[in-house]
Design a protein around this ligand. Structure first.
Ligand SMILES: C[S@@+](CC[C@H](N)C(=O)[O-])C[C@H]1O[C@@H](n2cnc3c(N)ncnc32)[C@H](O)[C@@H]1O
Length: 268
């Protein structure tokens, strides 16, 4: 394991998975508005429930923060280890059995430690995605699964996020999404880097070269659109019109609103 002076503080408050089994979902599936994002997450849940081995699971949530997107049925039978670089996020995590204040680029576990690794809404924030993914490739067991959820850098929201300043992201979260705590310590949005491996095609090529098989991939409309349609209909109408115009003029049958993706990889 890699240690630094300030990071890698490990906390194991509970002896076993059952002790911390969440009674209500700690996460955000229920917060997702109806739409493609929610639908793809439900598909991810059904794949995980079917494909993960029966019995207790060892799960690594890389950049897990304080929220999980995993199904309750999976969470309840798992020992969850969260590694996160943000002290407040780690403190606010109330469902993991082990929390580690650490950097997923450098933190290393014993090889073949985990049945399942999830890295959800994180790789866009990491300067060296290759280092983080290499750590996952070592730490996953044969036949284990890796779920990555991330923004599509080639989408409208991806381009805007990549090229706009951080204060704009905070403004969007506060005034468009209505998240009054946005930008406070330990709260989203987190600064973004958009390493080239965040692009799904490159990520898949990297994964295949490391002995991982893609078993599910879905690029879907970012949940920001249905949120905006509900909360700020006028702004949503303008953005939808701009997106349709871009779709018309751009070559190929793309939808620039396809702002996020899920990919599930299996270690061969
Ligand atoms: C948008 S939040 C996502 C949290 C959680 N996965 C979720 O989906 O709710 C991004 C998280 O990545 C963490 N993070 C960013 N860079 C990291 C790094 N190099 N190592 C560990 N965690 C990191 C942040 O602290 C934050 O908790």
């Amino acid at each position: 394991m890699t240690n630094t002076l300030t990071l890698d503080r490990i906390h194991t408050p509970l002896a076993d998975a059952d002790a911390a089994a969440p009674a209500i979902h700690p996460q955000s599936l229920l917060d997702l508005p109806p739409g493609e994002a929610r639908q793809s997450l439900l598909t991810v849940h059904s794949i995980l429930e079917a494909a993960l081995p029966a019995g207790p699971l060892a799960i690594y949530e890389a950049g897990g923060g304080s929220t999980s997107f995993l199904p309750l049925k999976v969470l309840r039978r798992s020992h969850i280890t969260v590694v996160d670089i943000d002290e407040d996020q780690v403190k606010n995590n109330n469902y993991a059995q082990t929390t580690i204040l650490g950097d997923i680029q450098t933190y290393r576990f014993q090889p073949k430690s985990f049945d399942f690794i999830v890295c959800y809404n994180v790789i866009e924030h990491v300067p060296d995605v290759e280092a983080a993914l290499s750590g996952f490739c070592e730490a996953i067991k044969p036949n284990g699964l890796i779920l990555i959820g991330a923004p599509n850098p080639k989408s409208l929201s991806g381009v805007v996020t990549k090229y706009s300043p951080h204060w704009f992201h905070v403004w969007f979260y506060r005034y468009v999404r209505g998240d009054k705590k946005a930008g406070l310590p330990g709260e989203a949005p987190f600064p973004t880097h958009f390493h080239p491996l965040v692009t799904l095609g490159r990520l898949e090529a990297f994964a295949r070269a490391r002995g991982l098989q893609v078993i599910y991939r879905k690029v879907y409309e970012s949940p920001r659109y249905p949120e905006m349609r509900l909360r700020k209909p006028l702004l949503a109408t303008l953005v939808d019109a701009a997106a349709k115009a871009l779709n018309f003029f751009l070559p190929g049958k793309i939808d620039v609103r396809h702002g996020d993706y899920h990919v599930i990889l299996r270690k061969l």
